[in-house]
Write a protein that binds this ligand. Structure first.
Ligand code: SF4
Ligand code: SF4
Length: 258
């Protein structure tokens, strides 16, 4: 149970093993909602997802794995398909292991460099259905009674900040970085640099996708000489957790602090 309304992880690495099958119906609904215009395809069923990684995390994780001589398998799981160039554009990668290969003696061997999906755990999702804010928690140590009341988003965020501390900021950082990705997709779609398929189901495409080249989103843009420096700078600023915390606190405390 939490002490004085604060979450405490037991640091036993229990959420770093048996990674598959943890995604809930709420999370899938939220992903589908965000993909209202149907541009995004899931290359594997969400039940098989483990740790979701951003493009820039994939590169770093591969480097770390080489340095540590750890075998790591990563696969694109969320993609766009460009009808113009007939290439896949990955916007999410899955860690293809049932148990994380960086877990060693129940401890994370890359703790200071662990992916964002690990940092925000167990606060996996915050969303706002009509009847109040809902959360997705994935840890038996979260006192769910503490979050019993249906709250407005601003109140809910303050409560989560006081209960989860840094975990809350990482969860919001993840949310902002997902928004960054969506903005980047809108930017290239509006500029006509990318032609999404909006009508055909994944099964129709699957063979084409399997045979086509796959790029990361930023990689695709750079290869096509599309200037995205402004966007990348914005993304790097979002990744700075100290300035991100200040920004979140300013937003949350604008109407009185908790
Ligand atoms: S977040 Fe929860 S499930 Fe994960 S290691 Fe900590 S106590 Fe265990
Ligand atoms: S990277 Fe570290 S924190 Fe993340 S799942 Fe692996 S062992 Fe756990």
């Amino acid at each position: 149970m939490p002490m004085h309304g604060k979450f405490e992880c037991n640091l036993q690495g229990c959420c770093c093993a048996n990674l598959r099958g943890q995604i809930s119906k709420d999370e899938i609904e939220e992903y589908n909602f965000r993909n209202k215009n149907g541009q995004i395809y899931y290359l594997m069923p969400p039940k098989d997802w483990t740790i979701n990684l951003f493009e820039w995390e994939v590169k770093r994780l591969i480097e770390i794995a080489k340095e540590k001589n750890v075998n790591v398998e990563l696969k694109p799981n969320i993609i766009l398909f460009d009808e113009k160039q007939k290439v896949g554009i990955a916007i999410g990668w899955n860690l293809e292991h049932d148990n994380c290969p960086f877990l060693s003696n129940l401890k994370c061997s890359i703790y200071t460099e662990r992916p964002l999906a690990c940092r925000l755990y167990p606060l996996k999702g915050i969303f706002e259905p009509e009847d109040g804010t809902a959360f997705v928690f994935k840890c038996p140590r979260v006192d769910k009674n503490y979050f019993g009341a249906k709250l407005k988003m601003a109140e809910a965020l303050k409560l989560l900040r006081s209960y989860f501390g840094d975990i809350f900021y990482y969860s919001e950082q993840n949310h902002f970085l997902n928004r960054y990705t969506i903005e980047l997709i809108k930017f290239i779609t509006n500029k006509g640099k990318f032609k999404p398929n909006r009508s055909k189901p994944l099964d129709f495409f699957r063979k084409k996708i399997e045979k086509s080249k796959m790029y990361g989103l930023e990689e695709f843009l750079q290869l096509n000489n599309i200037p995205i420096e402004k966007y990348v700078k914005q993304r790097e600023e979002l990744q700075n957790i100290e300035s991100f915390k200040k920004m979140m606190d300013t937003i949350l405390d604008a109407n009185g602090s908790q």
